[in-house]
Design a protein around this ligand. Structure first.
Ligand code: PLP
Length: 381
């Protein structure tokens, strides 16, 4: 499958009832939350339709299918062969990270994160009783020297975003090897959020953290089909461990954590991981084309905006500080341009002046959005 994925007409998109299409009035183009505008992968749509037709929408029960399906997918995509029995279903990535942190953190313990990073990281840590310690990225890369200083103070955990939302960086194997060396040296457990791992665009190579030598002793990964296959509402993710030590942490989760997973989410994830490769290939080509289109659009219409094109994800981290510091650019793009983006400060104080734009849409919607945004820039001059 090489043809680009198509997007339904805007009036059909507006009939969707998820947050992307509900939060703002109809004159706003929503490019904020990480939902895609494409239709589902056919094997995923088929398994869901079949389940609904049969009334097969009860509780999920942990079984071997999800682990086997993910292990097969990881092997084909990244040459990683996790043990299927070490794949534990959980409600979603957020629940997985919070519940793991609850096992690792005592009240008030420091937990390190590297902003700009997915905004709920700032909430997940206190939800589990911890205290956020920020070690910002150096540009778009992990600041390994600063992480060593933070790790030397023995935080309860480090939460890694691999690849990194919102900057779209795919941390390299060498960088992750150094991270693992530091984590082992200072005995800091790592929770690696790998939800964007399947969305690595041409030109970059994803390294699952648990493939780094020595990582298994200190790290777990939290994975999901929900970002690459657009299944966030179905509530299914998985924790992967690869050593008895970290399996012990996962096994200490109360059983309800796994039982709260969505049944439809498990069915959809198994179909996606088993039969979704061709559709995923078409998606990645489509996103690469949108990334290139966005580069041309920004150069032509918003030359004051600076960015590093993402190596992964469908999220662009745009430095729009040239608009001036009187207001966050996100507010101006919404009020004056009627384009909804994510505000940069949500990803940490270092995000002030930035916006995050979701380009998993049609060429027409993307072009129209940048057109509207360029009107805001012109008005500010
Ligand atoms: C890095 C990252 N982690 C987690 C999530 C949310 O995952 P879930 O809905 O499974 O909690 C997202 C959603 O965009 C994300 O970007």
């Amino acid at each position: 499958m090489t043809a680009e994925l198509t997007v339904p007409a805007l009036e059909d998109l507006r009939r969707r009832r998820s947050v992307k299409w509900r939060r703002f009035p109809a004159d706003v183009l929503p490019l904020f939350v990480a939902e895609m505008d494409y239709l589902l992968a056919p094997p995923v749509a088929a398994v869901l339709a079949e389940a609904v037709t049969r009334g097969d929408v009860g509780y999920s029960t942990p079984g071997p299918e999800l682990g086997r399906a993910f292990a097969g997918f990881a092997g084909r995509q990244w040459g990683w062969e996790p043990d299927p029995s070490q794949v534990t279903q959980v409600t979603d990535v957020g629940v997985g990270v919070v519940e793991l942190l609850r096992r690792l953190v005592r009240p008030g313990d420091p937990v390190v994160i590297s902003p700009p990073v997915y905004q709920p990281f700032f909430d997940w840590v206190p939800e589990a009783g911890g205290r956020v310690v920020e070690v910002p990225l150096a540009g778009t890369k992990l600041d390994l020297a600063a992480l060593e200083v933070a790790f030397a103070a023995h935080p309860a955990a480090y939460v890694l975003c691999n690849p990194q939302n919102p900057v779209g960086r795919v941390h390299t194997a060498d960088e992750l090897a150094e991270l693992v060396r530091l984590a082992r040296l200072y005995r800091v457990p790592i929770i690696s959020d790998e939800i964007h791992g399947a969305l690595v665009l041409p030109g970059a190579t994803f390294t699952p953290l648990l493939t780094v030598p020595g990582a298994a002793e200190v790290a777990v990964a939290v994975v999901s089909a929900s970002k690459a296959f657009n299944l966030a509402g179905l509530k299914c993710a998985a924790i992967v461990s690869a050593s008895p030590r970290m399996a012990g942490v996962v096994d200490s989760l109360v059983v309800e954590v796994t039982e709260r997973t969505g049944h439809l989410g498990v069915l959809a994830a198994v179909a996606a991981f088993t039969e979704g490769d061709a559709w995923l290939g078409a998606l990645v080509s489509t996103l690469a084309a949108r990334r290139d289109q966005l580069a041309s659009l920004l150069a032509a219409r918003l030359p004051g905006v600076r960015w590093v094109p993402p190596e992964a994800t469908y999220l662009a981290w745009l430095d729009a500080s040239a608009l001036g510091r009187d207001a966050e650019p996100c507010d101006r793009f919404l009020a004056e341009g009627r384009v909804a983006l994510e505000p940069g400060p949500r990803y940490g104080a270092v995000g002030s002046g930035f916006v995050r734009l979701n380009f998993a849409t049609s060429p027409e919607i993307l072009s129209e959005a940048v057109n509207r945004m360029s009107g805001v820039t012109a008005a500010a001059r």
